[in-house]
Design a protein around this ligand. Sequence first.
Ligand code: FE2
Length: 375
Amino acid sequence: MAIETPASEATANLAFPELLGTDHVELYVGNARQAAYFYSRAFGFTVIAYGGPETGIRDRASYVLEQGKVRIVLTSPLGPEGHIAQHIALHGDGVRAIALRVHDAEAAYLAATSRGATGIQEPTTVSDRSGSLTYATIATYGDTVHHFIARDDYAGIHWPGFREETRGKESVGVRFIDHTVGNVEKGKMDGCVNFYSEVFGFTVFQEFDENDIATQYSALRSKVTRDMNTMITFPINEPAVGLKKSQIQEYLEFYRGAGVQHIALHTDDIISTVGAMRERGVQFLSSTPNEYYDELREHSAGIAEDIDELQRLNILVDREEDGYLLQLFTRPVTDRPTLFFEVIQRKGAKGFGKGNFKALFESIEREQEARGNLV
Ligand code: FE2
């Protein structure tokens, strides 16, 4: 007679999906051709592949861009039907998928769904002359998904049906994704963090509450989840009650739900990276008060960078026990106040710039006020 194992016990015995790192991030955008120009010209990415009608893909156009280890895919639908068009109509341009590299997509999918993840796409193998690639998809917060991508047997540039391209070779020094942040509705943060710990075995690396991240008017809470093997890091934010509307609530209203708030790009030389991006037209948050840099000058021991340069470029510095980090947020890259990027350089520090939260979030708040959404 078979003995039934309670679901929780069965889950506890199953291994976590074996992750190797981030494969790519896919954005659904209204006009992938123009977005590809923006991200290559302004952000320093190289267009390395293209898939669309010319390569036998009938319903969409996708451009694959790369810089360092960062790979982003920009996809637009060619008509109003289907889930890509619906995603764009609802959310505007935004991140659809954070794709995770694995050796075995089938095993990762089975492990994830057995541990409570909702399956979106069962393991599927696609192939061409360059070999075969298997992928599978699970849901995470909002309409955002994770793909598992197994490409050990695939020698092509990106995906079957894509052709190689080489356009724009003007790197600004971005090396890899430091972290990718999700915004979820009030009260949903802990459930989302539990999802990452139960399904993937991520641990909470740091947490911040409204006492850490509050400006005069608005507040948010954040927990940083991380896979200790690959250092894949997913902080999750939720709005908190303040005197006025949280900037996370503004995001949720304009994105129409939970989604990716920002992608942090790691550089080894933030002055050069931010300088190049500014020259190419990337708009960053600005108007950090002069007092911030006056104070920094007074306590500048151990900081190698020229403070005048940091002030000119509006770069923020945060010290921790193990060192310091330098960071700056872009303004939203979309018309809706939703997705933005961060540029970050770490000099020993492993955290997220807790000391900068006030300055950063006040900058966001000033923009929120200019939009008429700080109410
Ligand atoms: Fe960040």
